[in-house]
Design a protein around this ligand. Structure first.
Ligand SMILES: Cc1ncc(COP(=O)(O)O)c(C=O)c1O
Length: 433
């Protein structure tokens, strides 16, 4: 592993970057995605989100942000000193899943004169907002739309997949090349259009927050993935979608009630058909129980909580992988099956934040640790999120309510990893003084 290290400077390119290797690769990515600007990051979508958010406005200004945003977006708001206008997703009553942000929610936020609208698309469960009207509403006020598409890197290059957000008119697209696409760990792509964004500022912010010694392998892998999509994308994505459909049909054929989210459950373009979301509650079992059984066979899933399980399939998986998963999964589901249960809306999608002080104030405040029972009503200094999906249940500066403290304890007891709390046991909470 260590021998394989190749830097950008004096590795992929000559030490003074005289060959322009990275610039050329970024230009090819910009052309492929039809963007004015592209940069390759070795710091994940985390870094790309920071870079774009730092390039948007001045300290103290407001930005409209989907509450389904990843932690990296919230951290970037602290860095940039921007105040979020939270937009809550519509929740589907049958499944309890977030369906995306409505036009009414964006219009409500636009009325508060944000400097930008920042959305997370697709959401962690593969659902999407109806983006085109949201983008049009923002552009009608010359407000740029930034899309954290960390999970949507494969969009836009196959007729059965949703379009990518630049095709729908967005001003910036951030995606992790290591999530839905087969790039190296922490490789990410930032694409932007110059109409509503100041690209010189984006470039400055990108460089301010990126390492000055980028590793070559993740950079080269982004170029490799671009070439793969450009030359074999149609073919590989067709195989992936066929494999996912066949896998779901095979597993589903053993049960009378619908156990997966399906494209047909959603309006066109509003669900990622490569996403495999199993509704454990329909089988009267829990995602965590299924996960524990799969672990015995060395199979790890992307995410499991009480009602839901998400498998991650990418264009790097072949038929044998799907066959093996089906062989293992079907007997487990039959064994664990009980009476169907109503799904509860997961804590991550149901909290309505109660702001006590700004995120930035809370981030820099003096703090103390208090027992969980005493934390209710206090202002959190921590961001706390069940992970995955990494969506904040409470952000710095928000009030710890009974719903949050009890909900987090219940999620933890159910086997969900609770991330970023100073005390991960949740016996105590870090609150501001
Ligand atoms: C929506 C979203 N944005 C950003 C990120 C951060 O991506 P990375 O791990 O590439 O830094 C994640 C990671 O899970 C994510 O889910």
């Amino acid at each position: 592993m260590v021998d394989g290290d190749t830097p950008l400077y004096g590795g992929l390119d000559e030490i003074k970057l005289t060959h322009g290797t990275l610039k050329l690769a970024e230009k090819m990515a910009a052309d492929f995605w039809h963007a004015d600007y592209a940069r390759f990051s070795t710091g994940g979508s985390t870094h790309a989100n920071q870079a774009i958010i730092l390039a948007l406005g001045q300290p103290g200004q407001k930005i409209a942000v989907s509450r389904t945003a990843h932690r990296s977006v919230l951290s970037a708001l602290v860095l940039a000193d921007l105040e979020p206008i939270w937009m809550s997703p519509d929740i589907d009553h049958a499944t309890g899943f977030p369906m995306g942000i409505s036009l009414a929610e964006v219009e409500r936020a636009l009325a508060e004169k944000p400097i930008a609208v920042l959305l997370t698309e697709p959401g962690y469960l593969g659902t999407m907002s109806d983006l085109a009207p949201l983008i049009a509403a923002a552009h009608a006020q010359s407000v740029p739309v930034i899309i954290d598409a960390a999970w949507g890197g494969h969009f836009g290059f196959h007729k059965d997949l949703p379009k990518h957000c630049l095709q729908l008119g967005a001003d910036a697209l951030i995606t992790s090349i290591h999530k839905a696409l087969p790039g190296y760990s922490a490789s990410a792509l930032l694409l932007a259009q110059g109409k509503y964004l100041n690209l010189a500022r984006v470039e400055q912010s990108f460089e301010t927050t990126h390492t000055t010694s980028p590793a070559g392998a993740p950079l080269a892998s982004i170029d490799g993935v671009r070439a793969l999509l450009q030359h074999r994308g149609q073919d590989l994505l067709s195989h992936l979608l066929k494999n996912v459909d066949e896998f779901k049909a095979r597993v589903q054929s053993n049960f009378d009630i619908p156990i997966f989210l399906n494209t047909s459950d959603f309006p066109a373009g509003r669900f990622d058909p490569s996403k495999i979301v199993l509704r454990a509650n329909q089988l009267g079992t829990s995602g965590v129980a299924i996960e524990n059984e799969l672990i015995h066979f060395g199979i790890r899933v992307e995410m499991a909580d009480n009602d839901t399980m998400v498998f991650l399939a990418t264009l790097a998986d072949d038929e044998d992988d799907f066959d093996l998963l089906g062989d293992r999964l079907i007997p487990i589901l039959k064994k664990l099956q009980g009476a169907p249960r109503e799904s509860a809306t997961a804590l991550s999608w149901s909290v309505v934040p109660l702001v006590g002080t700004s995120m930035r104030n809370a981030y820099f405040a003096n703090t103390e640790m208090v027992k969980a029972a005493d934390a209710v009503g206090r202002i959190s200094a921590d961001l706390i999120a069940p992970y995955p999906p990494g969506v904040a249940v409470v952000a710095p500066g928000e009030v710890l309510t009974e719903q949050i403290v009890e909900g987090l304890a219940a999620s933890k007891a159910a086997g969900v990893r609770i991330a970023y709390a100073t005390d991960s046991s949740l016996a105590t909470y870090r609150v501001i003084l």
